[in-house]
Unconditional design. Sequence first.
Length: 709
Amino acid sequence: MLTAPYNFVPLSSTVVLRDRGERVSIELPFPHALCGSFDLVIEAVTPLMVGGTAEPPPQGVNAPTLKHTFTLFGPPALPGTTLKGALRAVIEIATFGKIGRRIDDRRFAVRDLQNPYLYTARFNDMFRPLSRAGWLTVDSATGQWQLRPCDYSLVKQTDLEALYAAARAGSTLRLGKARLTAEDKYGSWAGVPLTVPFNPDAWRARDDWAPGRIVSRADDVGHGRTVGTIVFTGQPSDRGSRNGKAVEFIFHSPRTNPVSVPPAVREDFEHVHRNPNTRAPLPEWAFHRAHLLAGGSVPAFWLADGKSGDQIAAMGLAMMFRLAYNRTTRQLAGTASPDHLSEDPDFAETMFGYVREARSNDANQALAGRVHIECAAIEHAVPNAKTREEILLSPKPAFYPAYVGQRHIEQRSDPPQVKEGSYLAGGKPRPFKAYTTFMERDAVLRGWKRYPVSDQSRPPPVPTPNQPVVKSREVFTRFTPLGAGTRFRATVHVHNLRREELGALLWAISFGDPAQGYCHSLGMGRALGLGCVRIKVDPDSVDLDDVDDAQPWQGRDAGTRLDSCRRAFEDYMNGKVSDWARTLQICMLQAMADPTLGSRKVATHELAQMGGPAPFQEAKQHGHILAPYIADPRAWPAQTQPPSVVASAGSGGPSNPRREADHAQPSVRFGRLADGERVKVLTQLGSEFRVQLSDGSIEFLPLGEVTLE
């Protein structure tokens, strides 16, 4: 079964963009625009860690990185940008904004030996490799990459080890140790010539070694009539293990004329061989790249554009190299709707501002935001939670069973999986689990990624029996989160906002329904259930002014006026999207913000991280996919009467029996208030109970005000 601590709000084919002729500016007042401020109260439901400075271990010391809590002049605090980012992310989804500009445009690569249609059929024609060899150089005059094709033969590592021993007076060398890199092997070979005489056999199948494979084998290594150059590649597993690599390569007989590497192939090659975050070359490419830039030749493998053609279609540093996908992440976003890639601003951009790369036909590529959130100061401290040491690695977005929308799904399958299919590749039927991947033109991104909240943190995944023990402590992060119940206060400043824009901000704070206790996810360790916070508006802090009305929004009428803004936002969205509140996107967004639902999924292990890589490989072998967060999103209960957007004592909205039934816990608890009133305790969120009063309304009360029965 494929499980993950994250899930997705599906992309919509409807994208709401602002009118092109509309002028939006921080300096040009709208009619009845709102300016002023109000406070947010942020309370941690689970331990919270928003990182500040980091202390990496001293060089050569096997220890974790120490991450400190973000502070403001000493006490812990929450950056205003963190809060604004969380609210903006909700608004982007709720307003049916575009996703294209909000994701990195990445072209992933694949080396998936479990999927013949996707990968192995592109590298093998039955038992004959389709990879070709060549020497990569740079034209010093033009900077153009060129590849001089050549022949290659497989050579046994044991033959090379014997050659090394003869050259170094009995010195031993073992090339088949697991996890040796090409650089390691070249370093071990130092002092012995890489050129070697041998006899290349014809490309054929013979059974003395590499049985059944149609390859050229190197015979008489050290004594033949042909001179070639030894080429080392990495060693993923030990030579003695099942399917362990036992050969290297000898490149020989280079062609006279080089072939130009197409710019697109070069771009894909460099993209695949760089760190996606730092853009630094990966170690294998960094080793070869230094030699290339110094004027040398680098051994490379390539695939032709067609089995008999000479045009280079793809290139790598191993015979079975990582193959760049046909489609990038933004291209997949555009499959849902071309508007996801539009340059026109959407609702969130006009509120929060944007900066874009300049285009010749549009000088206005920046817009100032009209919402600012101050750094949140701590208001109530709870003793720190237990110090943790965790591996906080990001999920791999190239994992298509989770990140790509699957178009062919088996119905009534538990766990959900793609259909068993058959595709024609090279005129031959190849049965396999029919995943949609980044290769297909009709592929679409799964959606907006979210970490569902729960009202309890959870331990890291348990390693699988065959998973290697992580010996390096440097991949761990040591941190001490703030305790559940810690409370912060932040001031929000708004300028020149229309009513529907302020309403969108208020809707995002509570996900449209403060009575249900919806929560946001902030900071580090969200995959472990950390960082679940509830955000409320303090009604006593509201200080807003209408530019065309001298009466300020303060006092008792502030909540009513804020409600009118939220309704204005909902009316605006209903005018753009039919039955907006019941759409798949809104239902999924609210469901993932429900900590009670999240806790039930934690109990059934639906939000569990998988310790890999074996579980991920097994999931693909069985065709498993990441299930939607809720099986039937359109059945997600909707509030029939809008509650107040300000969540304070006594302001709980009307109850909804369908939703309360959905949120009911296995064992219902009851308690009594100080005046003797009996209440139903629905759940505990941080330092408060969410209770249902005798009149059916929902309120949040401090733990000390409720005596459990």
